[in-house]
Design a protein around this ligand. Structure first.
Ligand code: VG1
Ligand code: CO
Length: 543
């Protein structure tokens, strides 16, 4: 066994609090860089000796060589076995499922999620623990500390192994099991949804477009939607994972999935449209002529989940990330369910799911999931929608209009200001933070401010507290603004501004979000002195 020693000294680790590392691909390709992160992870979990891991990625550039490197390192660190997806592919929810189903010690996902791929784009590695979920704070903290002091990593001098066929192989003394990436995941979906009903829906002429965005859900969606549920060939587009995602941005939102959006808004739109991201954990839902915000999607699914076989017993509770709109809370209130508000990032849902406190979870960033795995799950959300559509025999527009009529509409939009100089972004946030206590009772953008704070999360299961999770401002008339800095960007800072305005049942639900949210937006621009801090007030991306 070779012990490689790092010459460049302490290594710049992941941002504290994030469960993986996301960097430019060329940075990951620097000698020893990926290795340091992987070794830091093994060190942080008390070593790999005798352990079993799952490994797979979204197929982006560097996926395959990185897996080979990581297999050698797992073997050199004494791991007993690694389960790898064929061709090095596994979606994030499929990794989560395999960790749970095979009771492994953890797993690695090679992905920078919705960030673009390619040698000049982004790469990433995430570590998930034995419950199938992203590494929780105590482990990410240990990983970060390891990256600050690491001086050596372990590897073997062995040849690459062939991952192109299902079977078993060895790397040094370690066993590698190469599995079909779709089989176990599809089996799980078949336990949750009424495949017969959905097949009948397609047989009845229901049409759909699923945009896999040249990323990992292509094989999953083709196998499940076309080959099993009988959707016609061509239902799944951009279905072959490519190393640069067809030079696109595999982020399922109206901006990056514009081709799909245009089709859904056209005269020849199919009944239902959906898309997923690089690693398959996000989803976009769109009906003919109508976009469903992720916050609304969570609320609609919470209100209708019991129509699917996996959820007939009802939900134990619903959780959403803090910036996500309160639409799901309205449903929970109505159904008498517990509702939880967590910081951004799926890892915070893990304890609630493990403790049986919630069944469904969601984030405004197009993440929805349930207790079936410990990650958000793009295709799962699409299948639940299909099951609901099959049961209700209504269009997406009808379901949404009915939902708003019953619970009210939470107008919602996220504005992203990308590649902001880090100092300017910090100054903007610090400036607002310093004035939060004085805001209640004042006005901005023509709205009265009723309160403001910085969100801290008190985990009801393990009692841990997470501070600095976003600035919140509430306005009279059930409006809210949230500001936070992204933890996943790779260039400067990304400022995220989340805008929300509630319109009760019976109020006007036909406004464009921009119009409904204009005052809240103006208030944010004014309160943050945005122009002075970052030299602009228009965001790069609105979702
Ligand atoms: C973003 C989203 C957040 C999501 C995270 C990881 O984080 O806003 O909701 O959990 O990405 O998603 P941030 O810190 O950039 O706002 V994924 O699909 O990258 O695993
Ligand atoms: Co993702």
């Amino acid at each position: 066994m070779d012990i490689q020693t790092i010459s460049k000294g302490p290594f710049e680790g992941q941002k504290p609090g994030t469960s993986g590392l996301r960097k430019k691909t060329r940075v990951f390709m620097e000698p020893g860089y990926l290795e340091c992160f992987v070794q830091a992870t093994f060190n942080a979990i008390g070593g790999a000796e005798g352990k079993t891991f799952v490994m797979g990625g979204d197929g982006r550039y560097f996926n395959r060589p990185a897996i080979q490197t990581m297999l050698r390192m797992a073997a050199a660190n004494g791991a007993a076995k690694v389960i790898v997806g064929q061709g090095g592919l596994l979606s994030t929810p499929a990794v989560s499922n395999l960790i749970r189903q095979r009771s492994t010690d953890g797993g690695f996902v090679l992905s920078a999620s919705h960030n673009p791929g390619g040698i000049d784009a982004d790469f990433g590695v995430k570590y998930n623990v034995a419950n199938g979920g992203p590494a929780p704070e105590n482990i990410t903290q240990a990983m970060f500390e390891q990256t600050q002091s690491i001086a050596a990593y372990y590897t073997l001098d062995t040849a690459d192994i062939d991952l192109s066929a299902v079977g078993t192989a060895t790397v040094g003394p370690m066993t590698v099991e190469i599995v079909d990436p779709v089989t176990d995941y599809q089996a799980l979906m078949e336990t949750l949804f009424d495949f017969g009903k959905i097949r009948a829906l397609f047989e009845g002429g229901f049409t759909m477009r699923f945009d896999a965005m040249h990323a990992v859900t292509g094989p999953y969606a083709t196998a499940i939607l076309e080959e099993t549920l009988g959707a016609p060939a061509g239902t799944v587009i951009n279905a072959v994972p490519s190393e640069d995602f067809g030079k696109g941005h595999p982020d399922p939102n109206p901006v990056w999935a514009k081709t799909l959006m245009d089709e859904m808004m056209s005269d020849t739109a199919p009944d239902f449209g959906a898309a997923s991201d690089g690693d398959g954990d996000r989803n976009m839902i769109v009906g003919r002529g109508i976009y469903v915000t992720p916050s609304d999607s969570l609320a609609v699914l919470a209100a209708n989940a019991q129509l699917a076989p996996g959820y007939t017993g009802g939900l134990s509770g619903v959780a959403r990330s803090m910036p996500t709109s309160a639409a799901a809370d309205k449903v929970a209130e109505h159904l008498g369910l517990a509702a939880f508000e967590t910081p951004t990032g799926w890892k915070f849902f893990g304890n609630l799911l493990d403790a049986g406190k919630v069944t469904l979870c969601g984030e405004e960033s197009a993440g929805t999931g349930s207790d079936h795995v410990r990650e958000k799950d793009g295709l799962w959300a699409v299948l639940l929608w299909l099951n609901v559509l099959a049961e209700r025999d209504q269009s997406v527009a009808e379901i949404l209009t009915d939902h708003w009529g019953r619970y009210g509409r939470n107008y919602y939009s996220r504005h992203d200001y990308e590649a902001v100089p880090t100092e300017a972004a910090n100054a903007l946030m610090d400036g607002l933070r310093g004035r939060l206590d004085a805001l209640a009772g004042t006005a901005a953008g023509g709205l009265d401010i009723t309160g403001a704070d910085e969100f801290s999360y008190h985990d009801p299961v393990d009692g841990s507290v997470s501070h600095n999770q976003g600035l919140r401002i509430w306005f009279a008339g059930e409006a809210r603004a949230v500001l936070r800095l992204s933890g996943t960007g790779t260039e400067g800072a990304t400022l995220r501004v989340y805008l929300e305005q509630y319109a009760a049942p019976g109020a006007d639900h036909g406004l464009s979000p921009d119009v409904a949210l204009e005052k809240v937006r103006d208030a944010v621009v004014e309160l943050t002195e945005m122009q002075a801090h970052i030299g602009r007030t228009e965001p790069d991306v609105k979702t």
